[in-house]
Design a protein around this ligand. Structure first.
Ligand code: HEC
Ligand code: HEC
Ligand code: HEC
Ligand code: HEC
Ligand code: HEC
Length: 581
């Protein structure tokens, strides 16, 4: 170990971790103790002590905060990588009570595959525990009395930390990264290092000082281009899953290979959009540019002082629109074992972020001689992938209303959100075997434009069980700009009636609403349109709660209860008709 650096670490005022998470405490203290044997350990309060762990490959995030929090950017803002990440969902991928409930529910429905399911689900949601288990040839047990969710399990802390610093920064630049062979959690991490001091930490910067990290945390920071590219996200964010038939047998092709369902494909969607199609184009925008916010030049570390500020610095905010999960983490943080974390800022940021995800407008309105109002509503998707994207349990929809302004009476309404989480008129919310088709024209309040992926099983029945999902019966999630629904590969091809809708195209969709306005004079009409988002669709939740007899599912059930009526607004507009006439 570099002895000069060692003494500089030891000269820090305190060596004990403050009770609360280090990164957010003013006048912080160093969470590292250099123990005589040379092993790096740390201490901490019980609730967040999992953030200080050390295994052969990985370390907890609190070991990084002395140097990578409270960085002074050249625009005088203060940037804290660790505390920002601590407020992001990837820090809670294993804590996530919905994830736990869903894994449990999947295993209850296919008990004979419990081991396989748990191992698969842990791969991306607790990647550090998964890697350690893989390399020590141990199997994964999740909920048993010695399972990963128990503090007594040796890999408990590594699991609890979720998708953390020393995991992402050690993903190897393998040729398979960003292809089907490297996605679905098939990332590679070095199995055995020449020495512990040579454990790599890859970053987007060249010519970095290494002695500080080698000395304190025993990682060797070094440049690698792949951290800067979308394919590093793809290894977990594109996910294809095997599925079973009605007998519970895994479905295979003639050669005996598992047949896979493209469950989450944001990377491939992005590759087919203007943002990901062509690296040379001015539209090219990596996942990072939308999900990690850009910072003015900032030094990478507090120690040593006087480091040069680096351009192309990315804050670790990992913006999310999954506000309901942030709400649950915030409300139940202690019960979930994560200590006190303040999510208020990220919840507010999430709402702002979502409001930039899309747009809705009334493009034209006419009234014919039969008192029929024809309104063309146009929606746009500004994200780099489908909207909503990824796990097909979310839905965006149009709430369209025509009112008589004189007394605010409703003449026509489609897509009204209800207090119990249903959307009025939506078939799936009344009957689990049905779903609302895609529309180009809507003529009654029973018809609602919902942008969603609806999965079906091998018997062509609607399913919400991930392990039964064979294909999409409907996938009309709004396409990103540049996406050509006719020519894209099957894995990301939309499904259902939207394929025949001529104005459902890359970046946008138009829906014509035809409403009877009776004898109300045109100048008294007002149209209100909202593009709304429901993070957890009503039917998905009801389907999950069929397993609420189980304690892990019922735990999530009770945490979700206060938020059943939650809908998020992407955009809303009001148009008084005299103005558009
Ligand atoms: C290849 C990596 C990967 C694997 C394997 C994986 N997931 Fe995920 N999972 C993700 C990602 C990425 C997200 C976030 C995407 C999103 O929010 O839409 C996610 C989100 C989820 C969510 C939504 C969480 C929330 O709070 O909204 C659930 C539920 C979930 N996964 C269940 C599972 C189950 C069950 C399994 C095992 C069958 C599994 N996952 C396996 C990557 C993975
Ligand atoms: C004692 C201070 C210190 C600690 C603790 C520390 N780092 Fe660093 N880190 C540095 C310094 C110094 C640099 C290089 C700065 C430079 O040369 O501009 C750096 C650079 C990096 C880089 C950029 C590498 C590149 O080539 O782009 C990453 C990523 C990184 N650290 C991650 C971590 C992680 C993860 C941890 C916790 C396990 C950690 N660091 C702990 C001081 C530290
Ligand atoms: C989900 C993966 C992921 C996690 C988790 C993660 N990072 Fe990063 N980190 C990245 C990526 C990607 C970049 C490169 C950003 C770019 O190229 O714009 C980066 C860049 C960095 C840099 C260079 C400066 C900057 O921010 O651009 C440092 C230092 C760093 N990370 C430290 C950390 C620390 C400390 C943690 C834990 C709190 C952490 N990272 C967690 C993916 C991750
Ligand atoms: C271990 C594999 C892994 C890697 C690598 C990874 N993620 Fe994630 N990410 C996850 C999982 C798992 C979740 C789901 C957490 C949850 O909600 O339970 C997630 C969630 C997210 C979310 C929140 C999604 C939501 O529900 O709103 C964002 C945003 C995100 N990741 C962005 C990124 C970006 C950008 C990168 C690349 C720099 C990246 N991730 C790399 C596994 C990964
Ligand atoms: C042009 C900006 C942009 C780019 C590029 C982009 N995203 Fe997003 N992403 C967004 C916005 C805005 C949202 C929030 C709206 C939503 O939920 O779809 C989002 C949402 C998500 C979510 C959460 C989905 C959900 O509904 O829970 C995940 C996961 C995600 N992005 C992953 C990625 C990955 C991986 C990449 C790169 C392959 C990427 N994004 C590229 C803007 C972008």
């Amino acid at each position: 170990m570099n002895s000069k650096f060692r003494s500089s670490v030891l000269s820090f005022p305190t060596l004990v971790l403050a009770g609360v998470f280090v990164g957010s405490v003013a006048g912080y203290s160093l969470g590292i103790q250099i123990i005589d044997s040379g092993r790096v350990r740390a201490t901490g309060s019980r609730s967040t002590s999992f953030r200080n762990f050390e295994t052969y490959h990985f370390s907890g995030s609190s070991l990084c905060s002395p140097c990578h929090d409270r960085l002074n950017s050249t625009d005088e803002t203060v940037i804290s990588l660790v505390s920002d990440w601590t407020q992001s969902l990837m820090a809670y991928s294993f804590v996530d009570p919905l994830w736990r409930a869903k894994v449990r529910s999947e295993t209850l429905r296919n008990e004979h595959l419990t081991g396989l399911i748990e191992e698969k689900c842990v791969r991306c949601h607790a990647p550090m525990a998964s890697v350690e288990a893989q390399y020590s040839n141990s199997s994964i047990d999740l909920f048993g009395s010695e399972g990963l969710t128990q503090e007594s399990n040796p890999l408990y802390s590594a699991a609890m930390e979720g998708v953390s610093c020393t995991f992402c920064h050690q993903i190897l630049d393998d040729p398979a990264l960003g292809t089907d062979e490297g996605n679905s959690g098939k990332f590679k991490i070095t199995e055995a290092y020449p020495s512990l001091w040579e454990r790599p930490i890859f970053g987007q910067f060249d010519q970095v000082q290494t002695s500080q990290m080698v000395g304190s945390v025993r990682y060797l920071p070094q440049y690698s281009a792949h951290l800067h590219e979308s394919r590093v996200c793809a290894t977990c964010h594109d996910l294809k899953t095997p599925y079973v038939d009605a007998n519970g047998d895994l479905v295979t092709d003639k050669e005996g290979n598992l047949v896979l369902f493209p469950e989450q494909m944001p990377f491939r969607e992005w590759s087919n959009s203007i943002y990901g199609a062509d690296e040379g184009s001015s539209d090219y925008t990596r996942c990072h540019e939308c999900h990690l916010s850009h910072a003015e030049p900032t030094p990478l570390s507090r120690i040593p002082g006087q480091l040069e500020a680096r351009e192309d610095f990315s804050k670790h905010t990992f913006f999310t629109e999954n506000i309901i999960l942030l709400e649950i983490l915030d409300a139940f943080d202690r019960a979930l074992g994560i200590g006190d974390v303040d999510f208020s800022e990220v919840k507010a940021e999430g709402e702002v972020y979502l409001s930039g995800a899309g747009m809705v407008e009334v493009k034209s309105v006419t009234v014919d001689e039969d008192n029929q109002l024809w309104a063309v509503v146009r929606v746009e998707n500004f994200t780099g992938h489908k909207l909503p994207t990824s796990i097909p349990i979310r839905r965006a929809f149009i709430h369209f209303t025509v009112v008589d302004q004189r007394n605010d009476s409703v003449l026509f309404e489609s897509g009204r959100p209800l207090a119990d989480g249903r959307i009025q008129g939506v078939d799936a919310d009344g009957d689990p075997s049905l779903f609302e088709p895609h529309y180009d024209e809507i003529t009654s309040g029973d018809e609602v434009q919902i942008y969603e992926g609806i999965m079906e099983n091998t018997e062509e029945e609607v399913t919400y069980t991930l392990l039964r999902a064979a294909r999409f019966a409907k996938d009309n999630r709004l396409l990103p700009y540049g996406f050509d629904k006719g020519s894209v590969e099957d894995d990301v091809k939309p499904a259902g009636a939207c394929l025949e809708d001529p104005n459902f195209i890359g970046g946008e969709d138009e829906v014509t609403y035809i409403a009877d306005i009776h004898d109300v004079p045109i100048s008294h009409l007002m149209i209100r349109v909202e593009l709304l988002d429901q993070t957890l669709s009503y039917r998905f939740i009801q389907d999950l709660f069929q397993d609420s007899g189980d304690s892990i599912v019922s735990r999530f059930h009770s945490m979700y209860e206060p938020f059943v009526s939650r809908f998020e607004t992407i955009e809303s507009v009001e148009v008084a008709l005299e103005m558009v006439n």
